[in-house]
Design a protein around this ligand. Structure first.
Ligand code: OGA
Ligand code: MN
Length: 303
């Protein structure tokens, strides 16, 4: 019988799981435990994994159906395994002005994956193949716990958010953050039109609520005038990303990190994208339905 060790990283969220190679078929024996840990801790770190793209895909598929990505240019091997990399297929650094590097800049803003979809991502799996070699140079990934942040929201802020939604628009980055990125084709636009999601969501697996916002595909809380909605978004973002809610992951090669996009946000700390190779392999599991707000769910408490 396999025995895994689950070690919480701090008192709010995130845990390390040791004692299992995720590609080992015997993971069947402990998968329920892993899945429960995912719902409980929100971020799971599996150190020292030796997995191929196919093995990563197979592990992710245990959690649900995989997403394909809108950008063909970022795909590795199959549309379901994605390159988070500043190197070309031939292994050269692409340089900061390349489209691929510019796209990666968007991950420096706090966000939750695929929130621009009607049914966003449940879980993301990021496997480190090559990382910048010193902690001084950035490249860490930060996670912020949106359940703890929700539970601490000041009453006045909570009241302003009750019943509100936010527009998540895939095109936002090209329109407002980096206008040099190639424009989206009509096909791409039709594929990922803007969507709205409640800013407070109910987590069906643990009965808790969390804040659900982004800053890389939108910056306005809906239902207010534009300036007021933007100011409220900024206030909320600042609140939920206070250091006390954040875990910073310092990568080692062969770390596999899995996070719950329903209750965490994340961002990469900027690094020298021109000079420091950083190569990650990502797979993403889709959720089973759109986010549900507590005010839409009769089983959750009212605000
Ligand atoms: C991602 C992402 C952050 C990182 O893959 O979705 O945001 O540290 N990555 O590369
Ligand atoms: Mn991301």
């Amino acid at each position: 019988m396999i025995k895994i060790t689950i070690s919480p990283i701090n008192e709010l969220f995130a845990a390390r799981i040791e004692g299992i190679d995720v590609a080992n078929p015997r993971i069947d024996e402990v998968f329920d435990e892993v899945r429960q840990a995912f719902d409980k801790y929100g971020v799971l770190i599996f150190p020292d994994q030796r997995i191929s793209a196919d093995e990563q895909q197979a592990f992710a598929e245990r959690f649900g159906e995989l997403e394909s990505f809108p950008e063909a240019s970022m795909q590795k091997k199959t549309p379901k395994v994605y390159n988070i990399s500043n190197k070309s297929e031939s292994g050269d650094l692409l340089g900061k002005d390349s489209v691929q590097a510019r796209m990666l800049k968007g991950t420096e803003l706090w966000h939750t994956d695929s929130s621009y979809r009607d049914v966003p991502a449940l879980a993301s799996f990021l496997f480190a193949l090559e990382i910048p070699d010193s902690s001084e140079t950035g490249g860490q990934t930060e996670f912020s716990d949106m359940i703890s942040a929700y539970e601490d929201l000041p009453r006045a802020l909570l009241e302003k958010l009750n019943g509100r939604h936010m527009v998540h628009n895939y095109e936002y980055e090209r329109l407002y953050v980096d206008t040099e990125l190639p424009p989206m084709s009509l096909d791409e636009k039709l594929n990922v039109p803007p969507v709205t999601h409640p800013v407070i969501r109910f987590h069906p697996h643990n009965g808790k609520c969390s804040v659900y916002i982004t800053s890389n595909v939108g910056d306005v809380i809906g239902g207010y005038g534009y300036e007021e909605g933007r100011a409220l978004h900024r206030e909320l973002l600042d609140f939920v990303t206070q250091r006390k809610y954040v875990y910073q992951h310092q990568w080692l090669p062969h770390d596999l990190v899995v996070w719950d996009n329903r209750r965490t946000m994340h961002r990469v700390i900027p690094y020298d994208i021109d000079k420091q190779p950083r190569v990650m392999q990502r797979t993403t599991v889709s959720d089973v339905g759109p986010p549900v707000a507590p005010w839409m769910n009769k089983h959750s408490h009212t605000l």
